[in-house]
Design a protein around this ligand. Sequence first.
Ligand code: SF4
Length: 219
Amino acid sequence: MLSKKKTLEMLDVIDEMFPDAECELNHRNPFDLTIAVLLSAQCTDATVNRVTRSLFEKYHTPADYLSVSVEELMEDIRSIGLYRNKAKNIQALCRLLIDEYDGKVPEEHSELVKLPGVGRKTANVVVSVAFGVPALAVDTHVERVSKRLGICRWKDNVTEVETTLCRIVPEERWTQTHHQLIFFGRYHCTAKNPKCNVCPLLDDCREGQKRKKVIVDAE
Ligand code: SF4
């Protein structure tokens, strides 16, 4: 695995590549953001934004989402993967927000993870983006990039990846690093066909070196 020094050097390069990385899920407030992140599981942000454009026009509060049948809500989010479960979770979440939290999204991570459909990653995104609390959510991009670069072990689960990153990265950089690793994974070190040939991290990247060797050996 990479040393702390080398890891921070790599993150500095990524910082220079994507200085303005930020949350790409459209939202107006913490409640919208929670709904958007819940919808984004196994789905791209672009697809979620297409759906929430009309969804957020129709529904503004937890009570709004409970004023329709679950079938109607399913229809509203039908183009999103796992829409049946997500619609059920949204209504269960709204019910709990009204019953336990005065209709508002709680700011504490420990409370957020009690909400239906809200796991550790979603709670990290909500506390950091909506409430400004440093957090380093590990999504598919953050996990893939961290493993390709050798910051983490291939066999690490997402919680282990998060623990390693949080140990190495200063707390004040957690949120920005989260966004920058997502941008790096979404636009440069993509799942298929990463841009290794123009990557400034190629010399130190174990995945990039492996791919380079395969190409050289084939020539
Ligand atoms: Fe990703 Fe390739 Fe760059 Fe490594 S060298 S970080 S695999 S794009």
